[in-house]
Design a protein around this ligand. Structure first.
Ligand code: ZN
Length: 139
């Protein structure tokens, strides 16, 4: 069995944004040489997500509006986590609901995704360098 590990980095200008990373994940699979196996893609931060959904900008705007309704950033005093001097309690909650990681099958060297499935990085406390782990196992 082969295994391959890669980190990819982000420095998102906004507090919240989504980045389409399907091409980067496929590139890592190509580098690994794995033809049949699994790829795990996870955020290495507790204020960012990796998730699968539609690559459609209206939906991404809907997500931002919905997440801001569920866990508004301000007023920051509404969150006990922010008593520590941080201001990112909302980002922890947004990450929780959007998830930490995805696992996708690799078949014949390609991501075995559903027709409209695409992989995204979800940032909820940006404006600093963050990373995502890609781990591939198979043969
Ligand atoms: Zn925090």
């Amino acid at each position: 069995m082969k295994s391959y590990r890669k980190e990819i980095f982000f420095n998102i200008a906004a507090r919240m944004d989504f980045v389409h990373i399907t091409p980067e994940v496929q590139q890592a699979i190509d580098e690994s040489g794995v033809r049949e196996g699994l790829v795990l893609v996870n955020s290495m931060h507790i204020t960012a997500s990796v998730f699968i959904n539609d690559n459609e900008s209206g939906l991404h705007q809907d997500y931002k509006k919905w997440l801001e309704k569920l866990a508004p950033h301000a007023p920051i005093e509404q969150y006990r986590h922010n008593d520590t001097g941080e201001d990112n309690a909302d980002a922890h909650m947004k990450r929780q609901i959007m998830g930490r990681e995805v696992v996708v099958a690799i078949t014949d060297g390609k991501l075995d995704l559903g027709t409209w499935e695409r992989i995204f990085y979800g940032e909820f406390d940006g404006r600093r360098r963050k990373r995502v782990l890609i781990k591939i196992i198979g043969e």
